[in-house]
Design a protein around this ligand. Structure first.
Ligand code: SF4
Length: 463
C-alpha cells in the first residue's frame, strides 16, 4: 500500500483530480499562481505539467504590455486546444468581454488575486471524487526551485504612473500584516529556502496603508515598515533580496543593514528614466528625489551594493536632449545591471493620449544606444570582481561538471550568473565559495575554493 508522509492521510478510492497551470507575467503574478495552487492542493488537487494529464487548466495572464496581452491570448488558445476546461485569471481577467469573444467556451474568467473565484471554478469544472481533504502545507506550494522563493509583502499600488494599468487591475496598496509576512518567511526557510526575494508593486511603500501597524513575531514587536521588515528577515540567516524599491529617503535606513550583512547589498530600483520632464510626464514616484546623491551616499555606507534597474526610452515627448540627459545620468550613476524597453502603448494607459509619440525607429535606435552604454558600464564594474573570492548559491550542476550559480549581485531570472568549473561535487540549493577567474558584461566564470562560511550574507560584506 502507498505510504504518505507523516500527517498526510493515505487516500484510497478514485484518483484525485489534477490541474495544470500556465503562469505568465511578473514574480507578483507567480506568487498569485502559488497561492491558487496551494489552495487547490489543500482541496486534494494534484498539480501536473502536461495538458494531457490535467482535468482543468488555469491560465494566469499578464496584461502589462500589449505584447504580454498577445502572449496571454496565445496561452489561452493553446490551453483550449487541449480540450480541457480552461479558467482564465490574472491581469487580463479584467477584459472578460474580449476573451469571451475570442474563446466562447472558456470555463471561467476571474480578475487578478481572485483566489476564491479561481478555486471555485476549478471545483465546478473538475469536481473531486472524494470529500477528504489534505492538510495545507505550512508555507504553501511553490513554483520556484526549492532553494529560493518570492515573498509578496503587499498587493496593489497607490501611484498612477501614466504608462501603467496595474492600479486599475490590482487596486490600491494593500500591505500584509508584518507578523504574517515574517511567519511565512520563517516557514519557507524551515522548508529549505536559502534566498527570499521580497516583491511588491512598490516595496518601499510597505505598511503606509495600514499605518505601519505593529505585530508580534518571535516574542517581539515589529512595525509594518521596510526597516523592521528587513531587520526581521535578516534574523533568518538566509539571503534576503529587495526588489521594486523606489529611492525615497526612508530607504536610507535599510542600507546599514546591508553593510552589516543582515540583508543582501542589492537593490532593484525601477528608475525608468532620469530626465525630470520625462519622469514628470510618466508621473513616477520619487521623481523629485536627488537620486545620484542618494546612490553615492548608499555606496559610501555599503560599498558592495549592487543596483539593478529598468528603463523605458522613447516615452511620448522624450526629446533628444532628454535622452542625452539619461545617458549622462547613467554614466554618473554607474548601475551594475540594467534592462531597457522601447516604449509601447498599453491598452487603457493614460500615456497613450500624450502628445509627441516618438517614431519607432528612433525608439529602437535610442534603446540600442542606451544598452551599448550600459553594457560598457556593467563590463567595467564586473571586471573589478576578477580574483575576488565570494559565496554563490548553486542553481544547477550540469552533466559536464559546470555549476550555474548566483552571487549576491545576481537575482534569479533577471541578472547574470556565475559559471563554476570543476563543480561536480557542488549541490543544487547549497552555497559554495568560489574565486572569480573571468568576467564579461553579464556573467562571471569561477573555480571552487572550498566550503562556504556558515552565514553567507556575513561573508558578502567582506568581499
Ligand atoms: S509604481 Fe507605477 S509602474 Fe509601478 S505598479 Fe505603481 S503605477 Fe504601475
Amino acid at each position: 500500500m502507498a505510504r504518505s508522509p507523516p500527517g498526510i492521510p493515505v487516500m484510497t478510492g478514485p484518483a484525485p483530480k489534477s490541474v495544470g497551470m500556465v503562469s505568465l507575467g511578473c514574480p507578483k503574478a507567480l506568487v498569485d499562481s502559488e497561492r491558487i495552487l496551494t489552495r487547490l492542493r489543500a482541496d486534494g488537487y494534484q498539480t501536473v505539467g502536461d495538458y494531457a494529464e490535467a482535468d482543468a487548466v488555469i491560465v494566469n495572464t499578464c496584461a502589462f504590455l500589449d505584447s504580454a496581452r498577445e502572449e496571454s491570448l496565445e496561452a489561452i488558445a493553446e490551453a483550449q486546444a487541449s480540450g480541457r476546461p480552461v479558467i482564465v485569471t490574472g491581469c487580463m481577467g479584467s477584459e472578460a468581454g474580449l476573451i469571451r469573444e475570442r474563446f466562447p467556451d472558456i470555463a471561467a474568467i476571474t480578475g487578478a488575486q481572485a483566489y476564491d473565484a479561481v478555486v471555485e471554478a476549478v471545483h465546478r469544472s473538475a469536481p473531486q471524487p472524494f470529500a477528504e481533504l489534505i492538510p495545507t502545507p505550512p508555507a504553501g506550494l511553490k513554483l520556484t526551485p526549492k532553494h529560493y522563493a518570492y515573498l509578496k509583502i503587499s498587493e496593489g499600488c497607490d501611484h498612477r504612473c501614466s504608462f501603467c494599468i496595474i492600479p486599475s487591475l490590482r487596486g490600491d496598496l494593500a500591505s500584509r500584516p508584518v507578523a504574517e509576512v515574517l511567519t511565512e518567511a520563517e516557514a519557507l526557510v524551515a522548508r529549505g529556502v536559502k534566498e527570499l526575494l521580497v516583491v511588491a508593486q512598490d516595496t518601499s511603500a510597505y505598511g503606509l496603508d495600514i499605518k505601519y501597524q505593529t505585530g508580534q513575531w518571535r516574542g517581539q514587536e515589529w512595525a509594518a515598515n521596510l526597516e523592521d521588515l528587513s531587520q526581521g528577515l535578516g534574523e533568518l540567516g538566509v539571503w534576503v533580496r529587495m526588489h521594486y524599491v523606489y529611492p525615497y529617503p526612508h530607504v536610507d535606513r535599510i542600507i546599514p543593514l546591508m553593510a552589516q550583512g543582515k540583508i543582501l547589498p542589492y537593490l532593484d530600483i525601477p528608475f525608468q528614466h532620469a530626465s525630470p520632464s520625462v519622469l514628470k510626464a510618466m508621473k513616477r514616484p520619487a521623481n523629485q528625489e536627488k537620486t545620484l546623491d542618494r546612490l553615492a551616499a548608499w555606496r559610501a555606507i555599503s560599498p558592495k551594493l549592487t543596483i539593478r534597474s529598468t528603463f523605458v526610452v522613447g516615452f511620448p515627448g522624450e526629446t533628444e536632449a532628454d535622452f542625452d540627459f539619461l545617458l549622462d545620468w547613467l554614466q554618473e550613476a554607474q548601475l551594475d545591471r540594467v534592462g531597457c524597453f522601447a516604449y509601447e502603448n498599453v491598452k487603457g494607459a493614460a500615456a497613450n493620449d500624450l502628445p509627441d509619440h516618438v517614431p519607432e525607429a528612433v525608439k529602437q535606435d535610442r534603446r540600442a544606444r542606451f544598452m551599448a552604454a550600459s553594457e560598457k558600464i556593467s563590463r567595467a564594474r564586473m571586471k573589478k570582481k576578477l580574483g575576488h573570492v565570494m559565496d554563490v548559491l548553486v542553481d544547477q550542476v550540469r552533466p559536464d561538471g559546470v555549476a550555474i550559480a548566483r552571487s549576491a549581485a545576481d537575482a534569479p531570472e533577471i541578472d547574470g550568473v556565475v559559471y563554476v568549473r570543476d563543480a561536480a561535487r557542488l549541490k543544487v540549493g547549497e552555497f559554495a565559495r568560489v574565486r572569480i577567474e573571468q568576467t564579461d558584461a553579464f556573467d562571471l566564470q569561477a573555480a571552487p575554493v572550498g566550503p562556504p562560511e556558515r552565514r553567507m550574507h556575513r561573508v558578502i560584506t567582506r568581499i
